[in-house]
Design a protein around this ligand. Structure first.
Ligand code: NDP
Length: 284
């Protein structure tokens, strides 16, 4: 069923969101601070609003996707929000999301925060995901429309949950990127073909290791760090070998060093026989 939806903010991501909604047959009203960015969308059938207030008035669902939260307030200041659902897909901190929810509901609107797990080119295609948190009623009302943007997942009524999970997923990604870059630098130092190493060795290995991580969660949740896999002493010695090898190959191990520090710390505290999931105790 097609819906009236306004999209505020037509940067790379906002334009992709509006385009996917148009492709899905929704009636889309758009507004952007620099008005020229609306033109390609108007050519595809969107209605251009002359002001933000006009865009907000045009649709019960208002999707906002601008640079940051200060820009959200700048855009929506003085605009009546009664009866509107504001779905804020701007990236931010959980605290900012909770403040924005209070601000919008205090003005008579309903609030959803969103974390976009995709680049603009993925929007409207399989593989894209958007996490939503905040008003369940608002999510249920517009779930079908959200489905036109990406796979949609509601993660709870705390508005801060979607941004927190978004940032947690990015954390996992940065950890993986750090490991990838160090591994490739080491292999490069030995002259082995990088593409062969990456495609046939590293990626299958990382996938196999990631598949075991749901089991780590059981250990973390129970606090039982007994292991039959490999204990911290073995991993401490392994990291020592790794770091020495990096130095011998004249490659900087800088992205690995924090991992070594934390393993050294945990074993020094007398936990050498525990498994790797026990490192979480050092982060709490
Ligand atoms: P762009 O830089 O392409 O666009 C930024 C948008 O914010 C533009 O519409 C810009 O308007 C607007 N804006 C900035 N400051 C203000 C302001 N003070 N008042 C009004 N409008 C303002 O960024 P993206 O579209 O890539 O990103 C938008 C949001 O989406 C960000 O929060 C980003 O983190 C998030 N996101 C982006 C992803 C990506 O891969 N691009 C992935 C996941 C999330 P103007 O055109 O007038 O400058």
């Amino acid at each position: 069923m097609s819906a009236d939806i306004s999209v505020i903010g037509l940067g790379l991501m906002g334009a992709a969101l509006a385009g996917a909604l148009l492709d899905a047959g929704h009636r889309v009203t758009v507004w952007n601070r620099s008005a020229d960015k609306a033109e390609p969308l108007v050519a595809k059938g969107a209605t251009r609003a002359a002001t933000v207030a006009e865009a907000v008035a045009a649709s019960p669902l208002v999707i906002v996707c601008v640079l940051d939260y200060p820009a959200v307030y700048e855009v929506l200041a003085d605009v009546p929000l009664e009866g509107r659902v504001v779905a804020n897909l701007t990236t931010g901190r959980p605290v900012e999301a909770r403040e924005a929810a209070d601000w919008v509901t205090g003005r008579g609107g309903d609030y959803l925060d969103g974390g976009i797990m995709a680049v603009p080119q993925m929007i409207g295609r399989p593989g894209a995901l958007v996490l939503y948190s905040g008003s369940r009623q608002a999510y249920d009302r517009f779930e079908a429309a959200f489905g036109a943007l990406a796979g949609a997942r509601y993660v709870g009524d705390d508005p801060g949950m979607a941004p927190l999970l978004d940032l947690a997923m990015l954390t996992g990604m940065y950890g993986q990127i750090a490991g990838f870059l160090e591994a490739v630098a080491l292999v490069e130092s030995a002259g082995y073909p990088l593409s062969e190493f990456t495609s046939t060795l590293l990626v299958p290995w990382l996938n196999a290791m990631a598949a075991g991580q749901p089991e780590w969660v059981q250990s973390i949740e129970s606090g039982d760090y007994t292991t039959l896999v490999s204990n911290l002493e073995v991993n401490r010695a392994g990291l020592e070998t790794l770091v020495r090898t990096f130095r011998e190959q004249r490659v900087k191990p800088d992205l690995l060093l924090p991992m070594k520090t934390i393993i050294d710390q945990r074993t020094a505290r007398g936990h050498a026989t525990e498994g790797l999931p026990s490192l979480i105790e050092e982060l709490r």
